[in-house]
Write a new protein. Structure first.
Ligand SMILES: [Zn+2]
Length: 190
């Protein structure tokens, strides 16, 4: 069962909703329109007066009455850094040895180590396998003598939403987010 993409009232993507959250928004008249191409139908209790079960239809991309949060769309905004989204950004590939791994075998490496005042940000973090991370230790890639396979980047909000949920995303949601990626987005190449 896929998640539902929530848009604020200006049409900016803001979050992924669970089925339950989407049903509540729909039932409380917080939805302006479904901009998606798919719908899910949820059946509620039996309505005696109408002689049928109640139904709530929830679209895949919901334009809601949510207020616009300009902060989130500023160039300086840093989306939350989670390992899951970080590993997705790097395609589950260790940025030092280039091999693919499952999430459980991957780690967050600070390119400039925390011990050398490197920040815990998207631009200073890459996916690394446990072995490379251990071997790199408290060194920069230069000190360790290895190069990064790709320069780490901070996703914009649409890229971040995609990374958070790319395994369960449906086609119309993916298209909606992709047109909001930066022109040179690495996620468009992968
Ligand atoms: Zn590695």
């Amino acid at each position: 069962m896929y998640r539902i993409l929530q848009l604020d009232k200006a049409g900016n993507p803001t979050a992924w909703l669970t089925r339950r959250q989407a049903i509540i928004l729909t039932a409380s008249d917080r939805i302006i329109a479904n901009l998606g191409q798919s719908e899910m139908v949820f059946r509620g209790g039996y309505n005696r007066a109408l002689g049928k079960r109640s139904e709530i239809v929830v679209g895949s991309i919901l334009l809601t009455r949510q207020r616009v949060d300009k902060r989130r769309h500023s160039k300086h905004f840093e989306p939350p850094l989670t390992n899951r989204a970080l590993f997705a950004r790097d395609g589950q590939v260790c940025m030092y040895c280039g091999e693919s791994f499952a999430d459980s075998q991957l780690t967050r490496d600070h390119v400039i180590p925390l011990s050398k005042a490197g920040p815990d940000t998207w631009s200073n973090c890459v996916t690394a396998c446990a072995r490379c991370n251990h071997s790199k230790g408290n060194h920069t890639p230069e000190e360790w003598g290895r190069l990064l396979l790709a320069v780490p980047f901070k996703p914009n909000w649409s890229e971040f939403l995609y990374l958070k949920n790319h395994r369960q995303i449906v086609a119309d949601q993916q298209q909606f987010l992709q047109v909001r990626f930066p022109d040179n987005s690495r996620l468009l190449l992968s």
